[in-house]
Write a new protein. Structure first.
Length: 191
């Protein structure tokens, strides 16, 4: 179903190599396509195979280029706490941050900051490589907590769940574990 074609959203997704930054970028991209929205993605890899930085730029809506300029992103998904300070410059005033970790993050510039220990949840569900999906599920659960004027994520938990359920390239067992991880993040307390 096509959404209002004037809709635009920009999200930075960051982590390190092996955390699944590109996988969740792909899920979000497919969700946008399923809604009839234009989508641009671009990513940079800094020695990703050795735990180096990976960042994806996700633009949903009618944009002329794939890279997000500083001060323009609506949100940041940070799979490592230290990525919050590294990529905060991309956020516009009033944007949201959803980060993996327990360290306190100062919400400067009217930013809404939500934190979850996705690594701990991943260990508890015996799926240590699912931190990315736990964080994404948690992010989707946090969206209703944002103020009405904030640009909430363009898709819902159910839409990402449907995209993930249809992802054939990961195999049945991994798909079931991935759906379980997404649910674990979504059902985690967001207070």
């Amino acid at each position: 179903m096509a959404k209002d074609q004037s809709f635009k959203q920009q999200i930075i997704i960051s982590g390190v190599g092996g955390q699944g930054v590109l996988f969740i970028t792909g899920l979000l991209s497919q969700a946008a396509i399923d809604k009839g929205l234009a989508v641009f993605t671009s990513e940079t890899h800094g020695m990703a195979q050795r735990g180096g930085s990976v960042v994806s730029h996700l633009k949903v809506g009618g944009f002329p280029s794939p890279l997000i300029r500083p001060g323009r992103a609506d949100g940041l998904l940070a799979l490592k706490t230290e990525n919050i300070d590294q990529y905060r410059m991309y956020l516009k005033p009033g944007a949201w941050i959803v980060g993996n970790g327990t360290e306190e993050t100062r919400p400067a510039g009217g930013l809404s900051v939500f934190k979850v220990d996705a690594d701990l949840i991943a260990r508890n569900i015996r799926s240590p490589k699912s931190t990315n999906l736990i964080l994404l599920g948690f992010a989707l659960a946090c969206m209703p907590l944002l103020a009405a004027e904030q640009n909430k994520m363009f898709c819902t938990y159910e839409e990402i769940q449907a995209v993930l359920a249809q992802t054939e390239s990961i195999g049945t067992a991994r798909r079931e574990n991935s759906l379980k991880a997404l649910e674990a993040g979504f059902s985690h307390e967001t207070a």
